[in-house]
Design a protein around this ligand. Structure first.
Ligand SMILES: [Mg+2]
Length: 357
């Protein structure tokens, strides 16, 4: 039986801003760039009282909370604080899997601090974050990752919630299915169509039915409904893809995308170079003015070996878009995916492709 802790910093970016600028304390702080297309990166709890939430358009936040203090995000500083948080977490276990700058899973089944329970470890981590960084974090403690993540939300802010193995059913069964990982709006509607609203309802459906309906994810749903999640805390997630994307100030036509594709390819290439693994597949991502996302990809026989090659392939993917010339786009991205270890035969040039072997 594993002991998993999910640590989630409270209103992270906004809290860092309030910590570093005393005049912002007690104020409704919204971390967002100004501008018609900007979205909220974080909102202080004072701003949340007005209904302001992360990912909401900044314009809407300003309407909901006219007194909000807008602060432009400073990711260099947030990354530095995130590293300090990571150092605290690593004092307790080497098994730390960061999810983002402000969240991480920890496996504390055995821990370095010698504390007897996961509950005590979570409390110690939160105390250290408060004392050393003057920030607050919430924690969830559970026998697996998905339950720990739900639990960290339960006593927010500055709280923690523990789900003991024998309490899993009492906790899980009354929850709406939307709480389960992977159940968003679309999946929630499909399940509602099957009469499933709560996890208790979901548990009444047999595995074969769920698999027929949802494929592999159906099996996952069957397990989640029973509180089962075998996912391990992975300290070093191997890179699966790197990408860069940009939203235009004004929607543009397809034939005006080339300069942005070039600069996104450059960004992607410089990130890809820092990886120990090698990416094979070039991906072009576009979002139309009416928010349809489309991707086109190409996997050359030999992985792209230079920025020029990556750029050339990304530019050539424009020809595969296949929508009308009058369609406008609001976002373009270039990615490199399908990463393999450098010594993987899949990334070696095809030496024997002439039919000899
Ligand atoms: Mg957070």
């Amino acid at each position: 039986m594993r002991k998993i802790v999910h640590i989630d910093m409270d209103a992270f970016y906004a809290s860092v801003e309030q910590r570093d600028a005393p005049e912002l304390r007690g104020q409704p702080v919204v971390v967002a760039w100004r501008g018609g297309r900007s979205v909220v990166c974080a909102a202080s709890y004072e701003a949340r009282r007005y209904g302001v939430r992360s990912a909401m358009p900044a314009v809407r936040a300003a309407r909901l909370c006219p007194d909000a203090v807008f602060v432009p995000p400073d990711f260099v500083r947030y990354r530095a604080v995130s590293r300090q948080v990571r150092e605290i977490l690593l004092r307790h276990t080497d098994l730390v899997e960061p999810l983002s700058l402000d969240e991480a899973y920890l496996d504390v089944t055995s821990n370095k601090s010698g504390l007897p329970t996961a509950t005590r470890v979570a409390k110690a981590i939160r105390d250290e974050i408060r004392e050393q960084l003057r920030l607050t974090a919430s924690a969830g403690v559970a026998p697996n990752k998905f339950l720990a993540k739900i639990a960290s939300d339960w006593r927010k802010p500055d709280g923690q919630f523990v789900i003991q193995p024998q309490e899993v059913d009492d906790f899980l069964l009354p929850l709406p299915v939307g709480r389960l990982p992977g159940v968003g709006k679309v999946m929630g509607e499909k399940l509602a169509g099957m009469g499933v609203g709560s996890v208790a309802h979901l548990r009444e459906i047999d595995q074969a039915t769920l698999e027929r309906r949802f494929g592999r994810y159906g099996i996952r749903l069957y397990q989640l409904a029973r509180g089962i999640d075998h996912g391990e805390v992975c300290p070093d997630r191997p890179t699966m893809s790197v990408s860069a994307e940009d939203t235009f100030a004004e929607d543009v036509l397809l034939d005006a995308l080339a300069p942005t594709i070039r600069s996104m390819a450059e960004k992607t290439w410089s990130a890809a170079r820092k990886q120990t693994r090698i990416g094979r597949t070039v991906v072009l991502k576009l979002k139309t003015a009416d928010f349809h996302i489309l991707t086109r990809s190409h996997t050359p026989p030999v992985p792209p070996a230079s920025c020029e090659e990556l750029t050339r392939i990304a530019l050539s993917l424009v020809e595969k878009v296949g929508l009308g010339a009058q369609v406008r786009y609001r976002l373009v991205g270039v990615g490199l995916g399908n990463f393999h270890d450098a010594d993987d035969p899949q990334v070696q040039p095809q030496l024997f492709d002439s039919g000899i072997v």
